[in-house]
Design a binder for this molecule. Structure first.
Ligand SMILES: *[C@@H]1O[C@H](CO)[C@@H](O)[C@H](O)[C@H]1NC(C)=O
Ligand SMILES: *[C@@H]1O[C@H](CO)[C@@H](O)[C@H](O)[C@H]1NC(C)=O
Ligand SMILES: *[C@@H]1O[C@H](CO)[C@@H](O)[C@H](O)[C@H]1NC(C)=O
Ligand SMILES: *[C@@H]1O[C@H](CO)[C@@H](O)[C@H](O)[C@H]1NC(C)=O
Ligand SMILES: *[C@@H]1O[C@H](CO)[C@@H](O)[C@H](O)[C@H]1NC(C)=O
Ligand SMILES: *[C@@H]1O[C@H](CO)[C@@H](O)[C@H](O)[C@H]1NC(C)=O
Length: 477
């Protein structure tokens, strides 16, 4: 069966995509028509993604995917390991398959660093607020999903999320440049310290919103509101069409807005806004923000109802095929996971989001026809054809993670909404977590060359100026 799928001509994949009513027997790629099919497909996708992970093998480092590329150790920066752990925390929550829970717990605990705040000295060179934030959001997710608690004596999920939040709320990370906001990088010596970007602030906003909802502590909500307002004030969120831009430099008071758009920025804001909507008992302000941002993401990133990473995926930017970095190749997965959860927390969004997410997930599953197994996944969901991740110069973990996320999130209706401390949450917090790292954000050894700074946005900066703006000009037509 797998072989015949692998040999199916491209026109078949296209036909299947165009005609969702075709019987499953004809469909290429993973079947996802019934709950049983989705679970079985997700199980195989989860198994295949694990093949990229070596953190539980002798002599390897738990929690990370092979990398970083700057040290020629593999395609993946530190943060993507945290994102992958989160994908499995959701996978378990959505499917009930606990096969990977021990591996994930081990990885998440290994990377907390000595002060239990996701600032491990090994990864200082790629320590952006966004990188730390992704690990913090995975810890928060573990608390919300009631992922099994770490052993007593170890850092607990909620406390880890609070630690990340507290380090980012501390005065060292906030200055008066641009009227507020946090910077991209944590150590002042990292390249990109002079950039205040959306993703770093969106992670901080998101954690604040979720901690507010989980603990009912108003301080978190105050920070979340303040951070969203700042993103609005500096025009990183377009006041006319709610496009969400990448960032600006403190040397220009953040007025040199880099208009590159990436799907995860807007998705993360929608996700955090849904938590704020819930926390505020359904405030009209947050509801409007959610609706406008959903309009924006569906218009710009689901052009045919299928997730499409416009600035680098190629269709609207001729010649940009193969233009997505390893980081960007994983964004669709977060978009699917976050927007699915939004439908649970802010149910008024469900009618708009669920049909699109379902169609997009079916397209994701349909193109997994590659490799020796005949079920390897690529990145080009909307094209309907498997394209080997080698064209994007990666081994394929981001691509595999995104499809796992999209397919397992199809089960969101049956899953429990994220818990809070008052609705069954079992994670123990510590409001003062993270205080040990105060004033200690300097790197262990000086980092002198810019090319050691890792993380998502080095490449975004480059691509953003070269391709992003152009992409939007063509797309806007
Ligand atoms: C690592 O974890 C995976 C997934 O649970 C498992 O299949 C594999 O055998 C483990 N490897 C080792 C060396 O323990
Ligand atoms: C840091 O690097 C050392 C040496 O490679 C390794 O043993 C350790 O597990 C790493 N820690 C983290 C958090 O990556
Ligand atoms: C810098 O930007 C902030 C936020 O937009 C604004 O409030 C402030 O007045 C600006 N400062 C200068 C010197 O232009
Ligand atoms: C609420 O959160 C703030 C910020 O982390 C913290 O300082 C304060 O102690 C918390 N309050 C309670 C009651 O936990
Ligand atoms: C939401 O409603 C609850 C119950 O009526 C109330 O205790 C809480 O203070 C409200 N929250 C906000 C942020 O207004
Ligand atoms: C969480 O709930 C428990 C009771 O279920 C309570 O003892 C604890 O104080 C609560 N924690 C917070 C941060 O509200």
């Amino acid at each position: 069966m797998v072989t015949s799928r692998a040999m199916a001509p491209r026109w078949l994949a296209t036909l299947v995509l165009a005609s969702c009513w075709l019987p499953t027997a004809l469909a290429a790629g993973y079947p996802v028509s019934t709950t049983a099919e989705i679970k079985d497909s997700a199980r195989k996708l989860a198994y295949d993604l694990m093949l990229y992970y070596h953190g539980n093998e002798t002599g390897m480092i738990p929690g990370i995917l092979p990398g970083p590329p700057t040290e020629h150790l593999g395609d993946y920066y530190w943060w993507e390991g945290g994102a992958m752990m989160g994908t499995y925390v959701d996978y378990w929550h959505l499917t009930g398959d606990a096969s990977y829970n021990d591996v994930i717990t081990e990885g998440m605990l290994h990377q907390t660093g000595p002060n239990e705040d996701y600032m491990p000295p090994n990864h200082t060179a790629s320590l952006g607020n966004d990188d730390q934030g992704f690990w913090g959001m995975t810890a928060m997710l573990a608390a919300e999903n009631k992922f099994p608690n770490p052993p007593e004596g170890k850092a607990q999920w909620l406390a880890l999320a609070q630690a990340v939040f507290n380090t980012q709320a501390s005065p060292e990370r906030h200055d008066e440049t641009c009227g507020g906001g946090i910077r991209w990088q944590v150590p002042p010596t990292n390249m990109g310290y002079d950039y205040k970007n959306t993703i770093a602030n969106a992670c901080f906003f998101n954690l604040g919103a979720r901690l507010a909802r989980y603990t009912k502590n108003e301080t978190y909500a105050m920070w979340a509101t303040k951070t969203f307002d700042w993103l609005w004030t500096v025009n990183y969120i377009d006041h006319a069409d709610w496009r969400v831009y990448d960032g600006g430099h403190v040397g220009h008071n953040c007025t040199d807005v880099n208009k590159a758009q990436f799907s995860y920025n807007v998705a993360l804001l929608i996700h955090g806004a849904a938590y704020m909507w819930d926390y505020t008992n359904g405030s009209a302000v947050w509801e409007t923000r959610i609706n406008k941002l959903i309009e924006s993401i569906l218009r710009d990133f689901f052009p045919d109802g299928i997730a499409f990473e416009v600035p680098c995926e190629g269709k609207y930017v001729p010649g940009a095929e193969g233009g997505c970095t390893a980081d960007m190749l994983s964004f669709k997965g977060y978009v699917h996971r976050w927007l699915s959860v939004v439908t649970k927390i802010a149910p008024f969004t469900k009618a708009k989001l669920r049909p699109v997410l379902d169609k997009s997930a079916r397209a994701a599953a349909a193109q997994c026809t590659g490799g020796a197994t005949g079920r390897r996944c690529g990145f080009y969901w909307a094209s309907g054809a498997f394209v080997d991740p080698a064209v994007d110069k990666t081994s394929g973990a981001g691509e595999a993670m995104s499809v796992l996320a999209a397919v397992s999130s199809m089960l969101i209706d049956e899953a429990n909404a994220p818990t809070t401390n008052a609705t069954g949450g079992i994670s123990k917090g510590d409001p003062n977590a993270g205080s040990k790292s105060r004033g200690a954000v300097e790197p262990m050894a000086p980092i002198t060359t810019g090319d050691r700074a890792g993380a998502a946005i080095v490449t975004i900066l480059i691509l953003g100026s070269a391709v992003g703006t152009l992409g939007w000009m063509s797309f806007g037509d």
